[in-house]
Write a new protein. Structure first.
Length: 99
């Protein structure tokens, strides 16, 4: 979405043009609730899991959480992650908004 919004072709764009440079992350020992809270706060559907050296060791997705949760809680999480937030006029949308 970020690449297309900037008017670039996805067939010629580099990954660096599409990636989020400072994504929200969690550690392997983070609670599911903590990870879910990050998803809501940053309005993302996936959170990279990084080790103490910062290397990605996995990804937690909304689907991963949904498989272990109640329908009511899943609905609340999906609504929070998908909530539209108005951007101040003239302010560029942060890369993380496209995640």
């Amino acid at each position: 979405m970020k690449v297309v919004a900037q008017g670039n072709l996805t067939s010629t764009a580099m990954v660096s043009a599409a990636m989020t440079s400072t994504p929200a992350t969690c550690r392997p020992d983070e609670s599911i609730e903590g990870c879910e809270s990050l998803m809501k706060r940053h309005q993302v559907r996936r959170i990279p899991v990084v080790d103490s050296g910062g290397a990605c060791v996995g990804i937690v997705s909304q689907a991963d959480i949904a498989l272990r949760d109640t329908p009511e809680h899943i609905k609340d999480t999906l609504a929070a992650v998908s909530e539209h937030r108005a951007w101040p006029q003239g302010q560029a949308v942060a890369a993380s908004a496209w995640s």
